[in-house]
Design a protein around this ligand. Structure first.
Ligand code: URP
Ligand code: ZN
Ligand code: ZN
Ligand code: ZN
Length: 470
C-alpha cells in the first residue's frame, strides 16, 4: 500500500465528468481515486487547480527530413520539452517515407531519431509518399504490427503528393491492415497554377502563399478524399481543417453516415491571411498549409468545435527558425513565397490557446476541452484508456491547470527551439502549472523539470474509428 504521489484537493475533469477527488499514483499508474487519500511519499496540493489528463498532441513534426534544404527547428528533445511545458504528456510525430526510400527503413530511422531523446511519451504516424507494392504489401503490415497504426498521405507538395490512383491504393492497404488513413487535402495542381499566376503578376510576397491556395483548393481535395474513402469503404481522418467550406464537406459526409473525421488547429482559430500580408518577409512567420483564412472561417471552426464536428484539436507543430537561411529566410527576401518552408511552431501554445479562448471565454465546456485535447486523440489513435483519461489503471499522465492564471504569450517564455511564436502578445487566462508524465513531474511553472530519455515509445493499437467486424 501507500502511494508514490498523491494529488490532493483538486478538481478532476475527464471528457465526461467533473469531480472533486484525490488521485493516488504508484509506479507510474493511477491506482486510486477517492474523496481523501493518505500515505503518499510525495503530495501535491492542487487546491484551486484542475486535474486534467495530460494533453496528447497527435499532429506534430519533429526532426522530419525535408527535400529543399530547410531544417526543422525542433527535434524530439526540444519538441517534447516544449510540449511538456504546454501541458502535454504524449505526442504523435510523423515518420516520413521519402520517395524512393523504404517505408520500413524510414520508420526505423525515425525510431532512432526519437529514442532516448523524449521528455514525454511519444508515438509515430507513417507518412507514405511512395506507395510501392513493397511498401504497401510487405512493409505496412510490419509497421502497423510494431504500433505505428496510422498513415498520413498528402494531396499536395511537389515531393509528397499522391495521385488519385495512389490515394486509392493506400486506402485499400490501410483497410486491409487496419490502419487509420489521415489526409492532407489540398489540390497540388491547382496550387501550382495559382502560384504561376501570382508570380506573373509580381505577387511573390508571403501573402501569395495564402492567395495561391484559397479554401476551394482544400474543399475540392477534401471532397475527393471523402469520395475515395467511400469507394474503398474505410474511415478517413482529415487533418488541419481551416474553415467553413471544408467543415461543410465533413458534415455532409457525416450526415450520409460515412466514417469521416477531422481535426482543426490553433492557427485557424486565431490567425488570418492578413498576418501573411507583409512584403518584407515577416509574413513568412505565418506561412503554413493550409493557410490561415479570415474571421468568418475562424468562427466556423469555433462553431464546429462547439458542436463536436472535430474529433481532435492539434498543433500541427512544424517549426522553422525565422532568422535562418535553413528556416523561413531560406530563399532570402526577394524570391517567391513558394520557397518559404511551410509550417509554424505551436506545440506549447496549443492547449493554453484552446483553454483560454475556448473554456475561459465560454465557447466550449471543460469536458469538451479534455476530449479535444487528450481523450479523443487516445481513442482515435489506439491508446485508450492507457492514455487520455484519469482512471484507475491509466498511465499517470496528468496536467494541473490554474484556470485563473493570466499569461501573455511571448517567445521568451517558450521552451521550443524556434526563434519566434506566431502568437506573440496574445493574452490568455488559464495555463498548465504542473505536468506529470508516468508519475513524474516533467514541467513546472512553464519550465522543464524532467529530462530527455524518460519518454517511451507507445506502440499503438487499432483506432477506435475502425470497425472491428466486417
Ligand atoms: O504547413 C504545414 N502544415 N507544414 C507541416 C506539414 C503538414 O502539411 O502538415
Ligand atoms: Zn521499428
Ligand atoms: Zn499536412
Ligand atoms: Zn502537419
Amino acid at each position: 500500500t501507500g502511494f508514490d504521489l498523491i494529488i490532493r484537493n483538486g478538481t478532476v475533469v475527464t471528457a465526461s465528468d467533473t469531480m472533486r477527488c484525490d488521485v493516488g499514483i504508484r509506479e507510474g499508474k493511477i491506482v486510486a481515486l477517492a474523496d481523501k487519500l493518505e500515505g503518499g511519499e510525495r503530495e501535491i496540493d492542487a487546491t484551486g487547480l484542475l486535474v486534467l489528463p495530460g494533453g496528447i498532441d497527435s499532429h506534430v513534426h519533429l526532426a522530419q527530413p525535408t527535400s529543399d534544404g530547410s531544417v526543422m527547428a525542433d527535434d524530439f528533445e526540444s519538441g517534447t520539452r516544449s510540449a511538456a511545458c504546454g501541458g502535454n504528456t504524449t505526442v504523435i510525430a510523423f515518420s516520413l517515407q521519402e520517395r524512393g526510400a523504404s517505408l520500413l527503413d524510414s520508420v526505423a530511422e525515425h525510431h532512432q531519431r526519437a529514442a532516448d531523446k523524449c521528455h514525454i511519451d511519444y508515438a509515430l504516424h507513417a507518412i507514405i509518399t511512395d506507395p510501392t507494392q513493397q511498401a504497401l504489401e510487405h512493409d505496412l503490415p510490419k509497421v502497423v504490427q510494431e504500433g505505428v497504426s496510422s498513415i498520413k498521405i498528402f494531396m499536395t507538395y511537389e515531393d509528397m503528393a499522391l495521385n488519385d490512383g495512389e490515394i486509392f491504393r493506400v486506402m485499400e492497404a490501410a483497410r486491409r491492415e487496419g490502419a487509420l488513413t489521415m489526409v492532407h487535402a489540398e489540390n497540388f495542381d491547382a496550387i501550382q497554377q495559382m502560384t504561376e499566376r501570382l508570380e506573373k503578376a509580381g505577387q511573390t510576397g508571403p501573402r501569395g502563399h495564402a492567395d495561391s491556395r484559397p479554401i476551394v483548393v482544400e474543399r475540392e481535395a477534401t471532397h475527393r478524399a471523402i469520395s475515395f474513402a467511400e469507394l474503398v469503404d474505410v474511415p478517413l481522418f482529415v487533418v488541419h481543417v481551416s474553415g467553413g467550406d471544408v467543415i461543410e464537406q465533413i458534415e455532409w459526409a457525416k450526415r450520409r453516415g460515412l466514417p469521416i473525421y477531422a481535426e482543426t488547429c490553433p492557427q485557424y482559430l486565431t490567425l488570418t491571411a492578413d498576418d501573411l500580408d507583409n512584403a518584407n518577409m515577416e509574413g513568412s512567420k505565418y506561412v503554413c498549409s493550409p493557410p490561415p483564412r479570415d474571421e468568418a472561417n475562424q468562427k466556423a471552426c469555433w462553431d464546429a468545435l462547439a458542436r463536436d464536428v472535430f474529433s481532435t484539436f492539434t498543433s500541427d507543430h512544424c517549426p522553422f527558425i525565422y532568422e535562418s537561411e535553413t528556416g523561413k529566410q531560406k530563399a532570402g527576401a526577394d524570391t517567391s513565397f513558394k520557397y518559404v518552408p511551410n509550417g509554424i511552431p505551436g506545440v506549447e501554445t496549443r492547449l493554453p490557446i484552446l483553454f483560454s479562448k475556448g473554456v475561459s471565454e465560454g465557447r466550449i465546456s471543460l469536458n469538451q476541452f479534455v476530449a479535444l485535447s487528450a481523450t479523443n486523440h487516445a481513442k482515435v489513435y489506439g491508446m485508450y484508456p492507457r492514455k487520455g483519461t484519469i482512471a484507475i489503471g491509466s498511465d499517470a499522465d496528468i496536467a494541473l491547470w490554474d484556470p485563473e492564471k493570466r499569461v501573455t504569450l511571448s517567445q521568451s517564455m517558450l521552451n521550443h527551439n524556434c526563434d519566434y511564436t506566431p502568437y506573440e502578445g496574445m493574452e490568455l487566462i488559464g495555463y498548465p502549472v504542473t505536468v506529470i508524465s508516468n508519475g513524474e513531474i516533467v514541467a513546472d511553472q512553464g519550465r522543464p523539470t524532467g529530462g530527455p530519455g524518460k519518454g517511451r515509445f507507445i506502440a499503438r493499437g487499432p483506432s477506435s474509428l475502425i470497425p472491428t467486424t466486417r
